[in-house]
Write a protein that binds this ligand. Structure first.
Ligand SMILES: [Zn+2]
Length: 321
């Protein structure tokens, strides 16, 4: 098991072994006068995350805030279980996501629908622990949380990947916790892919969010998948370019009246971007190519159909959602 790594001053990264895959999911611990955890990881990672907190020299009992970047199961799914070990922690969540942490029923059914391919075992993921309303702190753009004199967190609403996504700016290191708003930067930051998760992905909002994040001129970006990078602006620009490349494929397909098969073209584009991982990260490569990228294509096509009004009635073109 990988030990927590100090990726910036007073910021440790815990590899939460997301879905039993190393270097797939990161949870961050901010060790200041007050202590905060960024993302919980899924239910299945709770034990690993608690061990990681202790290994970083912090007692879970001393955590003040558990901030979830969004309520997707791999980010906020474990929150209810984790706070059973964090008696004073409040769960900080986007105001649009709060009600789903209090009553996770809809969250679970929507996650199952998004992953309806049936190949992934979600049985454990559906056992979410509801969170009492009193323990939730719903936040909005511009809200701040002071952890110490030199560490003030600022909430940035970051819609696109999901409407309930937020990023967190941290003042001590001029750093940005990006959740999934800037995509997945994996394989030691060699590969960046966007995950356009159904049912609420919005490409226009996603690009607008990325431009806002660029304007921060942060020195570090902490990806939820996976780890820290100091190449902030190039990563954010690459995220924009990746979305633009998909838009180009769609625009051409509409122009040429060639929507049949556009799902395959998007998928090929996405999987080709993962190619450098095949050697060093075969398990994560397999996972992303088999699950995340097809889901991303579904989410993208759904967005195009619902928000851009493009007819996608043929089999395999977003109709699975
Ligand atoms: Zn994620």
């Amino acid at each position: 098991m990988a030990r927590p790594v100090e990726v910036a001053e007073n910021v440790s990264m815990i590899d939460d072994q997301l879905y039993s895959i190393p270097q797939h999911g990161s949870v961050y611990l901010l060790n200041e006068k007050k202590k905060a955890l960024i993302d919980s990881g899924p239910v299945t990672s709770a034990r690993v995350v608690l061990d990681g907190i202790r290994e970083s020299g912090v007692r879970p009992e001393d955590i003040d805030y558990l901030i979830v970047t969004h309520i997707h199961l791999d980010h906020g799914g474990g929150a209810g279980l984790l706070i059973k070990n964090m008696p004073k922690a409040r769960v900080v969540v986007h105001h649009r996501g709060a009600k789903h942490l209090i009553d996770p029923t809809r969250l679970v059914s929507s996650a199952l629908a998004a992953l309806s391919r049936g190949e992934r075992d979600l049985s454990q993921e559906t056992e979410l622990v509801p969170i009492e309303a009193e323990r939730i702190k719903a936040v909005s753009d511009g809200d701040t949380i002071e952890l110490g004199e030199q560490q003030v967190l600022r909430i940035i609403e970051a819609p696109g990947h999901a409407p309930h996504e937020l990023c967190v700016y941290e003042s001590r290191n001029n750093g940005l916790f990006s959740g999934d708003a800037a995509g997945l930067s994996v394989a030691e930051n060699k590969v960046l892919v966007m995950v356009n998760a159904p049912p609420s992905f919005d490409a226009d909002l996603s690009i607008a969010t990325l431009k806002r994040l660029m304007a921060l001129k942060a020195s570090r970006i902490y990806f939820a998948h996976f780890g820290m990078s100091c190449e902030v602006q190039p990563k954010l620009q690459l995220a924009i370019d990746t979305l633009q490349a998909w838009d180009d494929i769609m625009t051409e397909a509409v122009r040429e009246d060639a929507l049949d098969g556009v799902a395959e073209r998007l998928l090929i584009q996405a999987v080709t971007a993962l190619a450098p991982m095949r050697k060093g990260w075969p398990v994560l490569y397999e996972y992303l190519a088999k699950y995340d990228m097809p889901m991303s294509v579904d989410g993208y096509l759904k967005y195009y159909r619902d928000k851009r009004g493009v007819e996608l009635n043929k089999r395999g073109n977003g109709e699975s959602n």
